[in-house]
Write a protein that binds this ligand. Structure first.
Ligand code: ZN
Ligand code: MN
Length: 478
């Protein structure tokens, strides 16, 4: 029986987080607002309206293109993409056809412990349409979103399965957020996917007709839809009726199936022509440099650095770089404390959980990275034990936001390092544990650990374990 492989290319649309819309001065933030209040003659497509390109949207598109390693076209232009739909009042979308802003990029994604490169064809700028809400018997129209700037990022068909598609899309989301281009919040519809899916017998390199699944708006539906569509095509092929031409399908969330909408439209169907109301864009080297300067260190670079420089494992590195603020916090803590391993354990196993339970975002953490670094230094210098830090100091820091040095002083938590005080305590424990002492003297030197434990317990955790160990050795074995 023929073995098949799936071939996937993704188009990702993301709304840019600009203050105003792409071609007019309407407010671009309509979350929780009344329908149809952020509109004007331009974004409503009235006759005679004149669009003006939003400079911030252009800069965000350039910055994003750079972040996905695209070449920036110095000459770019807008084109009209003509089609009729009720959410598109002008009857055409202003998009970019043959001269997009970014060309030929790529990103790297981590699959298990391997890194895979996904090539990107292009990034272009276009405006969003309004929103349709279908209710029983009627359709409601909200044009607040009409004219919102979108970047569309089109990948090569380099993706081989649903899981890879999801990881690729998650990485694009992270990149958009790192460079401040888009909040890319899926639940608010700020990022949507179209997935082109085809199959071919393993070993072949030609591409067979594809089905483009439109408007997937969650990572889950992206995965489920690709799996469904690829199996549907395999079944058709095995029944002797493989796809004859490209087609457009919709994803039905209710039935978890794809539904055939239409034959895939080709570029000619849209009658693209240069947008006559907007001058072509000429993008200067200077502007490109300015955008490049705003680029932060990107998630994949950071992920690699966290592994190589701070000794994290892959899943820890992925976890911290998921969100730029968490990555910043970790790096700050690792550098300031000088102990990346303790930084990882205090942030990853304790603080993040505390913040999560208290529903506090890391930006508002009552424990600053400076203070947590201080706490780690107190442990490293032997001033307090790891245990005391976790059980006594950290909680107090979380509640009061105080500096750990002050807490240690106020609660007199510092370890007992005074030799004579510890010697007295050791002698007392020795006199109470004849059996263990005999074992130690009889050659079982490991049993000394039990005495160290007893001394620390008697000191309520404040005895410095290293000094206690030295004293016991001296008293018993020398
Ligand atoms: Zn407007
Ligand atoms: Mn598009």
């Amino acid at each position: 029986m023929t073995q098949f492989e799936t071939v996937i290319g993704l188009e990702i649309h993301a709304e840019l987080s600009t203050k105003t819309k792409l071609f007019c001065s309407c407010d671009n933030d309509s979350f929780n607002k009344e329908p149809n209040i952020n509109v004007c003659p331009i974004c409503m497509g009235f006759p005679g309206m004149l669009p003006v390109t939003n400079a911030d949207a252009l800069q965000k598109a350039i910055t994003t293109s750079l972040a996905i390693s695209c070449n920036i076209s110095q000459k770019s232009k807008f084109d009209r993409k003509n089609y009729f739909y009720p959410d598109l009042p002008s009857g055409y979308q202003i998009s970019q056809y043959d001269e997009p802003i970014g060309l030929e990029g790529f990103i790297e994604i981590t699959i298990g412990d391997k890194i895979k490169k996904i090539k990107i064809i292009r990034l272009h700028l276009e405006n969003d349409a309004g929103k349709l809400s279908h209710t029983s018997g009627s359709t409601l129209l909200d044009f607040n979103r009409a004219g919102t700037p979108l970047v569309e990022i089109v990948s090569y068909p380099d993706i081989s399965n649903a899981e890879e598609a999801k990881i690729y899309a998650e990485n694009i989301q992270k990149i958009l957020r790192y460079c401040g281009s888009s909040d890319a919040d899926m639940e608010k519809g700020m990022m949507r996917f179209d997935a082109s899916v085809s199959i071919r017998p393993v070993g072949e390199s030609k591409l067979y007709p594809r089905a483009e699944i439109k408007n997937l708006n969650s990572f889950r539906s992206l995965e489920t839809a690709i799996n469904y569509e690829s199996q549907r095509q395999i079944d058709l092929w095995e029944n002797g009726e493989p796809l004859k031409g490209d087609m457009t399908v919709g994803w039905d969330e209710e039935s978890n199936t794809t539904k055939i909408l239409r034959d895939k439209e080709s570029a000619a169907d849209y009658r693209y022509f240069p947008e006559p109301d907007l001058p072509p864009l000429s993008i200067s080297e200077q502007l490109i440099d300015e955008c490049r300067k705003t680029l932060p260190e990107l998630p994949m670079a950071r992920q690699k650095k966290f592994i190589e420089k701070y000794g994290l494992n892959m899943s820890e590195a992925i976890f911290y770089t998921e969100d730029k603020t968490i990555a910043d916090y970790f790096e700050d803590l690792a550098v300031k404390s000088g102990n990346p391993s303790l930084a990882n354990s205090f942030l990853g196993s304790i603080l993040i959980k505390k913040l999560y339970d208290a529903k506090i975002e890391i930006q508002k953490s009552p424990i600053s990275s400076e203070n947590l670094a201080e706490l780690i230094k107190l442990i490293d210098s032997g001033m307090i034990s790891n245990n005391i830090a976790k059980t006594e100091v950290l909680d107090e820091m979380f509640i009061s936001g105080k500096n750990p040095n002050n807490i240690v002083k106020e609660k007199s938590l510092s370890q007992i390092s005074d030799i004579s005080e510890l010697e007295d305590l050791c002698k007392k424990i020795i006199s109470e544990n004849n059996k263990i002492v005999d074992d130690i003297k009889g050659g079982q030197s490991k049993a000394i650990g039990a005495l160290v434990g007893a001394v620390i317990k008697a000191s309520k955790g404040k005895a410095n374990p290293k000094i206690v160990n030295d004293i016991l050795n001296k008293l018993l074995l020398e």
